[in-house]
Design a protein around this ligand. Structure first.
Ligand SMILES: C[S@@+](CC[C@H](N)C(=O)[O-])C[C@H]1O[C@@H](n2cnc3c(N)ncnc32)[C@H](O)[C@@H]1O
Length: 241
């Protein structure tokens, strides 16, 4: 495994993970209920990764039409395999989540809106929402009085703010907040514990780009373990004003 490019090394590490970012199935039930997403809704999983939440959405809304999009072909392939049992009502495609057309009753976006920017992404999605539609997204969030360890965890995301700052970015896009809750602990364990196991499996014989990717992921997990009760995503359910 010494001749991988950095991109191949990244995919080797992240392929076969259940999910590519923090999150837990219960969060989707909460968001669907806060957004009052109807039974026969049309739902988009934007930045779906390998489709963990696409599957949960399909189970939570068994009569809904669910689309999912991700820019990385390998994740799309994995999500297509996982959602095949749901048949035609779940469609996963490779594409750019900035270009959604809709109309969607709910756009779900776990740990991916920061790629577009909260305000920019919400503005871009406004025309893709059906009347009464909502967006649910998770976004890095500083809890009150963050320790140095919490700040160090987010050092590479200078846009991070507290929840008031996230609300301000939502309002700047012309949306209002329907509900919000913090994702701390379980949602992060669901991401990092399988990742730690995957690193252990790949470590023997890993050199070059793969060894570097494993080292970097290990450092990230160590930074999380230094302050697990302080590392949070805010899960926001929002709708146009
Ligand atoms: C941190 S992962 C989260 C994946 C998934 N939502 C989950 O929670 O498991 C972010 C995902 O967003 C995707 N992504 C980033 N920018 C994108 C874009 N412009 N269009 C589509 N997907 C994008 C990445 O490929 C990646 O799979």
């Amino acid at each position: 495994m010494s001749d991988l490019t950095p991109e191949e090394a990244f995919l080797t590490l992240y392929s076969d993970l259940n999910r590519e970012g923090p999150g837990a199935p219960a969060d989707l039930g909460w968001a669907l209920s806060v957004a009052a997403t109807p039974a026969q809704a049309r739902i988009m999983d934007a930045g779906c990764g390998s489709g963990a939440d696409t599957v949960t959405l399909a189970k939570e809304r068994p009569q809904a039409q669910i689309d999912a999009v991700d820019k990385i072909a390998q994740f799309v392939e994995a999500a297509q395999k996982r959602t095949a049992p749901f048949g035609e009502r779940v469609q996963v495609a490779q594409g750019d989540m900035a270009q959604l057309t809709g109309p969607y009753d709910l756009i779900w976006c776990a740990g991916a809106l920061y790629f577009l920017g909260v305000t920019e992404g919400l503005k871009a999605w406004r025309p893709a929402l059906a009347p009464g539609g909502a967006v649910a997204f998770s976004e890095p969030c500083l809890l009150p009085r963050p320790s140095d360890a919490a700040r160090a965890f987010w050092a590479e995301y200078p846009q991070i703010s507290d929840v008031a700052g996230i609300r301000a970015r939502v309002h700047a896009a012309g949306y209002r907040v329907l509900g919000e809750q913090m994702q701390v602990g379980d949602a992060w364990e669901a991401y990092y514990i399988p990742m730690a196991k995957r690193i252990e499996k790949l470590r023997p014989g890993a050199t070059g780009a793969l060894a570097a990717a494993l080292d970097e992921a290990e450092r990230e997990i160590a930074r999380w373990r230094a302050a697990p009760s302080e590392i949070a995503y805010a899960l926001m359910v929002v709708a146009p004003e």
